[in-house]
Design a protein. Sequence first.
Length: 185
Amino acid sequence: MIAHGRTNSERQSVLPEAEEAALIGDATQRIADWSGIRPRGWLGPWLAQSHVTPDLLKEAGYDYLLDWCHDDQPIWMRTRSGPILSIPYPQEINDLPAIAVRRAGADEFAAMIIDQFEEMLLQSAAQPLVMGVALHAYIVGQPFRLRHLRRALAHVAARRNEIWITTPGAVAQHYMALSSPEREL
């Protein structure tokens, strides 16, 4: 389970530090109260962060965040309270900017997923890579788009013996078990 703010209409990046800390604390507590599980990962509304967001997340007990679309591998980030892990998040293979903003058709978005997967699978022969696909039910879940999404996901699933289909939390746990932030930072 990943926290995603209180609402997508509230950008944490423009809040003063105390208000941003309160937003993170409130969202965390609401999820913990509702689910019985405290979230360990954070994806900020609009992927918008302030200069202190990683610091505040670490101080609130988060292990990882997904707001930095800058690499295909997890990386450790420094905060004033110790390291936090950045898990890759897809900005391009994301139905919201692809379909709603750039106006890609459902078939084009499916082709993007397949092409991204095939290229990253080739590149992953040299090093492990993380490929994410960001989906929003109100966009790609529309019946006329869903057929194309199913085709793309079936293409990926057909190679399940060669890849690890998992969650950001599992990627974070695996990476944290294998790496040392002291060596990487």
